[in-house]
Design a binder for this molecule. Structure first.
Ligand code: AVI
Length: 371
């Protein structure tokens, strides 16, 4: 039974710019390889379709990750330790955070971070009903850029960045490298990262996961065009574009496309975009990793693998990584060149250290943040 939340939850809002969808779409479609960002997938209908995808028989990542979490969570919790501040990148599935919260010893706080404040606040309020003693500090920010963490009331032994779902795969290699560096900054010295990483496997399994028989992934992909028709005055003819997902062995990634069925032009708010028959728009990449490839990438951000758990077929991995106590050789300034960089006037931070072994009263010197 849910108990009422003990205290109101306040959003810490850095007001990340939401982006100009019209301009970004026009820019993407003006490239030699036409592109649309996967970030536009998730309107209300897109989120509903994605939820359906996670339950499809062909789409193994979600149920496999959940299986790994359920099987090994006690061992994970033992490694993570007590009094952690959990920083979840993306207001993800509350199912996964609950698995962690149900077992961690006296978590100090939960800090979900997402670009959509409304969604974040709803999810935080929902969670607070079931975890009335947990301090929840939602942060609305663009997590591809460093941001200041709020300071929990309770003493914190370490920060744990939580990034399940294999969303890291939707970033290209350079972006993933930069994102891991931001995670390292937010985790701080001695901090941890618990992350879901999808693994390389036979192309047929991968391609069927993104070309399901029920056509839900196709609807999810095409919904992007429905959204553009509705929101920016485009006139995509939905019958004249088809979904295609193929695995590129060379790039180690699934690529989702929308393929033009014929020569056609599309009017977007007064601008004509020409398509040849067979020409495609790249809408999403989903990178798959070898364990060593991911270890090397995370190592560049200073993370060392403590343990990797996989399912028996080695389809998917959940990995626990830690940073050393010595700061790695990079600074906030060196991650600022991620393309979507937004200057954060509030960015100001002291380096977090040292970490007490036990939790007592607030003993850790942590950055002056926002309560
Ligand atoms: C959110 N992300 C991890 C999914 C993936 O598998 O790359 C998005 C997705 N696209 C189509 N199916 C699922």
């Amino acid at each position: 039974m849910s108990e009422p939340a003990k205290k109101p939850i306040t959003l810490i809002d850095y007001h990340p710019p939401s982006g100009d969808i019209r301009q970004e779409v026009l820019d993407g479609l003006a490239q030699p390889q036409k592109r649309l960002s996967p970030k536009w997938f998730y309107d209300e209908e897109g989120s509903r379709l994605f939820d359906q995808i996670t339950r499809l028989p062909e789409y193994y990542p979600t149920r496999t990750e959940l299986g790994i979490l359920h099987t090994h969570i006690a061992e994970m919790a033992g490694m993570i330790g007590s009094c952690v501040a959990i920083v979840e990148f993306g207001a993800g599935s509350s199912v996964k955070i609950r698995i962690l919260l149900d077992i961690l010893e006296t978590p100090a706080a939960f800090i979900p971070v997402d670009i959509s404040g409304e969604h974040l606040l709803d999810a935080a309020r929902q969670l607070a009903m079931d975890y009335p003693d947990l301090e929840i500090l939602p942060v609305c920010a663009d997590f591809t850029q460093p941001f200041d963490l709020p300071v929990p009331v309770a003493a914190v032994n370490r920060n744990l960045v939580f990034f399940p779902g294999s969303t890291i795969g939707n970033f290209d290699l350079e972006q993933a490298r930069q994102l891991l560096k931001v995670m390292a900054i937010e985790a701080g010295a001695g901090g941890g990262l618990l992350i879901g990483v999808d693994l390389k496997k036979d192309p047929a399994t991968l391609e069927s996961a993104y070309n399901d028989d029920a056509g839900v992934t196709a609807d999810f992909n095409l919904n992007l065009l429905v959204r553009l028709n509705r929101e920016i005055g485009a006139d995509f003819d939905l019958g004249q574009f088809t979904h295609r997902a193929i695995y590129s062995e060379e790039k180690g990634r699934i690529e989702m496309h929308l393929v033009s069925e014929k020569d056609q032009s599309v009017n977007i708010d007064g601008q004509l975009i020409e398509f040849l028959a067979g020409e495609h728009i790249l809408t999403e990449c989903s990178h798959k990793y070898e364990l060593q490839e991911f270890a090397d990438l995370a190592g560049e951000a200073g993370f060392n693998i403590r343990k990797v758990w996989t399912d028996p077929e080695r389809m998917f991995s959940v990995q626990y990584l830690e940073l050393g106590y010595e700061p790695k050789d990079f600074t906030r300034d060196r991650v600022r060149h991620i393309p979507s960089a937004v200057p954060n006037p509030r960015r100001k931070r002291t380096s977090p250290s040292p970490f007490p072994e036990t939790c007592g009263p607030q003993a850790v010197s942590r950055p002056a943040g926002i309560r």
